[in-house]
Design a protein around this ligand. Sequence first.
Ligand code: UD1
Ligand code: CA
Length: 474
Amino acid sequence: MSEQHLGVIVLAAGEGTRMKSSKPKVMHELAGMPLLGHALSTAHSLGAAHVVAVVRHQRDLIASYIQDFYPTSVIADQDEIPGTGRAVECALAAFPADFEGAVVVTSGDVPLLEVATIEALLEAHLDGGFAASVLSTFTEDPTGYGRIVRDETGAFARIVEHKDASEAELEIDEVNAGVYVFDSALLRSALSKLNQANAQGEKYLTDVVTIALAQGLTVQALSVEDQWQVAGINDRVQLAEVAAELNARICDAWMRAGVTIVDPPSTWIDVTVQLAKDVTIWPGTILRGLTTVGENATVGPEVLATDVEIGEGASIVKSHASSSKIGAGATVGPYAYLRPGTDLGADAKIGTFVETKNAKIGAGSKVPHLSYVGDAEIGVGSNIGAGTIFANYDGVNKHRTVIGSHVRTGSQNVFIAPITIGDGAYTAAGTAVRKDVEPGALAMNVSPQRNLADWVLEKRPGSAAAAAAKDSKN
Ligand code: UD1
Ligand code: CA
């Protein structure tokens, strides 16, 4: 069938009361994307001419997400009449008036549904000449779902919502996945006939099926074996269950692609992350957003990386990093905090208890211990002494520190920005560097040390220190 005769409607107007959240349900995150992002990404993969998302609850928030990430979607507003049937009615009004063909309906809260599953439903729908096709699944716990009611012959009769179901109907283990294909003509005629005479006082989309059968049209319920694909998220318990399942699937796929994941259940990888082969991921690692990891790199244990480019053969241990770049062969951590704009060169090092921000650290340069490096540029092959602070903030403005190549700075320095230290320069331990240092110079401003002999014996008589000093002199 041609794309011109295919439309997709994604339902996202509901409040999601069971989430008990100030955020709309479909904006809750799963593996790095809102639930709605998963549904829209699938919807757009079908290649339909029209993808319409229906919104109402917190409309502007959801609409702006859609415009930013799926700008070719059409946004339709649902009015005050509640229910999935009304939502589809409002969406259909956004289609061209002369649209004819198949309309796929999916839900913004069913994130694991795969494109191939919808394609199979669509194909069976078109091949069989059905007016409506419903995706179903058999489940051990049908609580909350609409049940597929079949007649004595096993033919599909209707869908009854959990809240409207009789005792006997509640026993049915075939449930409505909330994914459908409808003939556009049926939808147009049936939607206008929906009433709100049910337990929830809503216009149920599921009643369209009953109307189709009453008109003598044919309807099918096609079941999918993989229950996870149709799992709808209504509360945070289900969100966590689906998240764990999706994560297991993401980890499986990466392991099959050549990544070693030592402990998949404690490793969380967003759908947007990219990993090269022979990457090793140790337990307790969370890779988020647009993070990429190059070949042979080692990540973890206990790393949180968001939008970080990790180069080939790099190693990062027990650290947090965001919007940063870690060069090939570089090492980070343990206990490092790489804030946005950190750009660590090849074979360079950010060591233990080091915080960096907006800092370009050249190839082979090292910041090994206990330092803050903010708003800085360090050349190649330089070494920053332990316990160094790049004092970038004068209380009003931020200033830059520029350090050349092959510089050696002493322990416990303060670089008071703006400041420049030339190539090959040294600084003495304990120096507060306030003036630029020319290439090759040694900077020091530490006053000579004075030892006041017997100060402790005179000023702290009777103390343990005085006694120890006395003992050592005797
Ligand atoms: C719905 C189905 C149920 C099915 C289940 C599968 C109906 C009447 N029931 O129930 O048979 O088993 O999905 O997950 O359709 N929405 C709107 N506007 C509304 C109400 C809901 O756009 O007025 C959207 C929601 O944002 C959500 C989707 O429709 O994305 C489903 O709504 P929800 O309230 O979760 O329906 P269920 O009770 O789960
Ligand atoms: Ca639902």
